[in-house]
Design a protein around this ligand. Structure first.
Ligand SMILES: CC(C)=CCC/C(C)=C/CC/C(C)=C/C=C/C(C)=C/C=C/C=C(C)/C=C/C=C(C)/C=C/C=C(C)/C=C/CC(C)(C)O
Ligand SMILES: C[S@@+](CC[C@H](N)C(=O)[O-])C[C@H]1O[C@@H](n2cnc3c(N)ncnc32)[C@H](O)[C@@H]1O
Length: 368
């Protein structure tokens, strides 16, 4: 437990001892003599090269992302997945000159997205993995909106710029009502990889009735239903989202607003999949409290979403931190932060279950 830990001794100014160490290291790295020495000695050269490579990738990562986007948007990724192409065939398929096509294919090859074999171009290992990852191409296409907002990152952080991504998510505060179908389709396309994380982490068969709160068009429920046939399924979402989904698949539909409306009773398992991080702390706590109120003793709530892991993985605070800022709602949370909120909402216990790909989603199970 956090409060049983012994207090860390501070310096006279009350600062953590690790701070002085970090400052000393940073001064060392900044020294030209240390830089020269590090590059002369072999272990130092390896470490310096590794940092230089990562720093270059940070500096140039936006170019790599746009090479990937060009491969997707030109249709070349899909065409190369179907058959190998010569340069001239690829140029015809992409509606680009042979010179521009060669530039794109060479750039993509150096990122392992494509590969040149003899006279032909085919997909590289990363290109093949991209095509095999459900919804990733749709994600890359929708990044056009996020990229526009990121053109001025400080304006985005100050809240004075952006707005392109927020216009997609019409439940984000201050957004104009848009067609909920656009984001529901994006979420459905990417749902198989998310549902796979939940199914690997949790045994749904121990329950009778599952309510997916903020379940969009029901893709998560359909994936769970296929794996666990006897489970009764219920979908709770905004009325306009529920209205846009097909009604004939045996899923009980509950239109409502989870910030104000009570959730339907009678379900022994609730799920919140990529929902909690969309909301600031106050509404997020209200959603957890609504779930707690609707569950009977022994009932459970699953939280499935990418969670922050500071110092371990960048996608939490670096990708989703900025994504949710552009969306103007929510924040990425660590499992411990969510567990504290679950306690505040009245859940008696919560545990984290490992998932195969935490960058897609982590999983917390809370019990009433
Ligand atoms: C056989 C020979 C010779 C060689 C084989 C070599 C080998 C072993 C290759 C391995 C191949 C392999 C199995 C690759 C597997 C790759 C995988 C599993 C890749 C998965 C990638 C997943 C990615 C990149 C996921 C990205 C997800 C994103 C960007 C999600 C964004 C989500 C958003 C924006 C959600 C928004 C919702 C909101 C609003 C925040 O709530
Ligand atoms: C990011 S999407 C996730 C959809 C789905 N769970 C998935 O992972 O594919 C968030 C969902 O929460 C729903 N939602 C947002 N605000 C809501 C509210 N106030 N009441 C009910 N549902 C809401 C949205 O309509 C959307 O379907």
């Amino acid at each position: 437990m956090l409060d049983s830990k012994r207090p860390i001794p501070r310096d006279q100014a009350g600062r953590h001892p690790g701070l002085a160490l970090a400052q000393w290291r940073n001064r060392l790295i900044a020294s030209p003599r240390f830089q020269a020495l590090a590059q002369r000695l072999l272990p130092g050269r390896w470490i310096a090269r590794r940092h230089a490579r990562r720093l270059f990738d940070l500096t140039a990562g936006f170019v790599y992302s746009q090479v990937t986007a060009a491969l997707v948007e030109s249709g070349l990724l899909r065409t190369l997945a179907d058959m190998p192409l010569t340069l001239d065939q690829a140029a015809g398929a992409a509606c680009l000159t042979p010179h521009a096509t060669r530039t794109l294919l060479l750039a993509a090859a150096s990122l392992d997205l494509t590969q040149h074999v003899g006279e032909h171009w085919t997909l590289g290992v990363r290109g093949a993995a991209l095509v095999a990852t459900p919804g990733l191409e749709a994600m890359i296409r929708h990044h056009r909106l996020f990229y526009a907002d990121l053109a001025d990152p400080l304006a985005l952080l100050r809240g004075s710029g952006g707005g392109a991504l927020a216009s997609l998510w019409d439940y984000a505060p201050g957004s104009d009502p848009a067609d909920a179908r656009t984001y529901s389709e994006l979420m459905s396309a990417t749902q198989p990889m998310v549902a796979a994380q939940a199914l690997a982490a949790y045994r749904f068969a121990r329950h009778r009735r599952l309510l997916d709160i903020g379940g969009g068009s029901g893709a998560f429920l359909r994936a769970v239903g296929e794996s666990v046939p006897g489970l009764a399924l219920g979908l709770f979402d905004r009325p306009q989202v529920i209205a846009a989904t097909a009604a004939e698949d045996g899923i009980a539909r509950h239109p409502g607003d989870f910030r104000h409306d009570p959730l339907p009773a009678g379900y022994d398992l609730h799920s919140l999949v990529r929902v909690l991080h969309d909301h600031d702390d106050e509404p997020a706590l209200a959603i957890l409290a609504a779930s707690r109120a609707a569950l009977s003793p022994g009932g459970r709530l699953l939280i499935v979403e990418p969670m922050a892991a500071p110092g371990k993985a960048p996608e939490g605070h670096a990708y989703f931190g900025l994504y949710l800022t552009a969306m103007r709602s929510g924040r990425p949370r660590t499992p411990d932060e969510i567990r504290a909120m679950l306690r505040a909402a009245g859940f008696s216990k919560s545990v984290q279950r490992p998932t195969p790909l935490p960058l897609v989603a982590s999983c917390l199970v809370a019990t009433v």
